[in-house]
Write a protein that binds this ligand. Sequence first.
Ligand code: PRP
Length: 214
Amino acid sequence: MAKRDRFLNVALPKGRLGEKVYAMFASAGFPCPALLENSRKLIFENPGAGIRYFWVKPSDVAIYVERGAADVGVAGKDILLEYEPEIYELLDLDVGHCRMAVAAPKGFRDDTRRPLRVATKFRHITERYYASLGREIDIIHLNGSIEIAPILGLSDVIVDIVETGTTLRENDLEVVETIVPISARLIANRSSFKFKTEEMEKLQKGLAAALRQL
Ligand code: PRP
């Protein structure tokens, strides 16, 4: 159950994407200039605008929103597809573009006589994708630097985020297949969406207008 106070509580992903997204929220009528001060603080509020922002790890945004510690937040579609949190997805913010892809060493050819060894952080997305192809796999769950796995022979391929493609190129890997395009989404806690209707509508309309100006 979301905290019912007079603030709209927003979980922003820490980092460059979060700063871009904050600029959109500010132009939508929810400014909080203190947020851009160089400080180690993680919570900022502007009572005048009725807004409170938290900086959280990008992959944790959906947890804050699902459990009502934040009313709204901005999360990558990759996280929403992987964890399927019980939230409302309100708007595609058209930022943070990348894709979820299968990548492999150059010249890789799948040997369909045995299970394909796939290294990934995204177990659920990977399982669903290969199940849809009817391909048997052996998942190797890693937490980062996934690109190393096929180089060291730990896996045949990887399923990971590709943004500029630099990490793949510099490790002699290439995209074999794109699974799904990814971008940042505005998400809302389900009960906040019912109880903070006015603020939610103002935010959604303001962000949609900010998007049209981009
Ligand atoms: C992500 C992803 C790739 C890289 C892709 O890693 O896992 O490694 O970015 O970006 P590029 O196509 O622009 O090179 P992240 O920085 O999140 O670190 P990680 O190794 O912990 O996954």
